[in-house]
Design a protein around this ligand. Structure first.
Ligand code: ATP
Length: 250
């Protein structure tokens, strides 16, 4: 079943600026771990950010969990965003706060005065945070400040925080590009395994083709705002990659 359907998606960041996405169609099924690959500037991050309207589309239709995303009014959009867990390249943690508090902040969605609320989390949320901290391998670090952790550990906090939303879709925006190759692999394996356990589909912007092929079941290739490939990972041939990356200037 499709969790997300995107049709004819176009984006311009300003009225007179260039068209960044030029009519993209695709679906995310409920068991997909779908990679978006393509050269720098192809529009991968823009595409991910349109799904929950962090970037406003200029044309096209996005249906997420049965809702027409572009038609939603602010309150309904906030509610929908709570169903979408995001994991970012730079982790987006609050450095001065503890690991536990960073994870609990996942319950707050996108608004709210975190400091004043920290002591008011229901016991269920605290139990859930402890569970996910254990699941991502950080049980021994819950009281540390976020900035005392390594990059890989920080991304594990980011994963646990996203899971606290009990998401129905995960959006991953270059989740490993700040990490070394070995840790990148561990983090991708962790995200894939948890997504499978929780039966949450994921849409992942990733420039490392090798990682995409290793961990994702489907791949979309973008080039200069156009979709060049959309298929099962095992269907991706070297010729497709040559096509997707044909315009990359090294
Ligand atoms: N906020 C913005 N305002 C104006 N232009 C933007 C903005 N964000 C991105 N762009 C432009 O949109 C194009 C696509 O950027 P985007 O970050 O989506 O590509 P990408 O494929 O994710 O690239 P990379 O792999 O380098 O992160 C680029 O030309 C970029 O300069």
């Amino acid at each position: 079943m499709a969790v997300l359907t995107v049709e004819g998606l176009k984006v311009r960041y300003s009225a007179k600026g260039p068209e960044i996405l030029k009519g993209i169609d695709f679906e995310v099924q409920d068991d997909d771990f779908l990679a978006i690959i393509g050269p720098s500037g192809a529009g991968k991050s823009t595409l991910i950010r349109c799904v929950n309207r962090l970037v406003e589309p200029s044309d096209g239709k996005i249906v997420l969990l049965g809702e027409d995303v572009c038609a939603l009014r602010p309150r309904a959009l906030r509610n929908l965003r709570r169903n979408v867990g995001m994991i970012f390249q730079e982790f987006n943690l609050i450095n001065r706060m503890s690991v536990m508090d960073n994870v609990l902040s996942g319950r707050l969605g996108y608004t709210g005065n975190m400091r004043s609320l920290f002591r008011a989390f229901p016991q269920d949320d605290i139990q859930l945070a402890l569970y996910y901290l254990d699941r991502v391998g950080l049980s021994d670090h819950i009281d540390k400040r976020a900035d005392e952790l390594s990059g890989g550990q920080r991304q594990r906090v980011g994963i646990a925080r996203a899971l606290m939303q009990r998401p129905k879709l995960l959006l991953l925006d270059e989740p490993t590009s700040a990490l070394d190759p070995k840790i990148s692999r561990e983090v991708m394996a962790l995200i894939r395994d948890i997504a499978l356990e929780l039966k949450v589909p994921a849409l992942c912007n990733i420039h490392d083709v090798q990682l995409a092929k290793e961990f994702c079941n489907r791949i979309i290739g973008l080039q200069d705002g156009y979709k060049k490939f959309d298929g099962a990972t095992e269907q991706l041939r070297d010729a497709d990659l040559d096509d997707i990356y044909a315009m990359e200037v090294l």
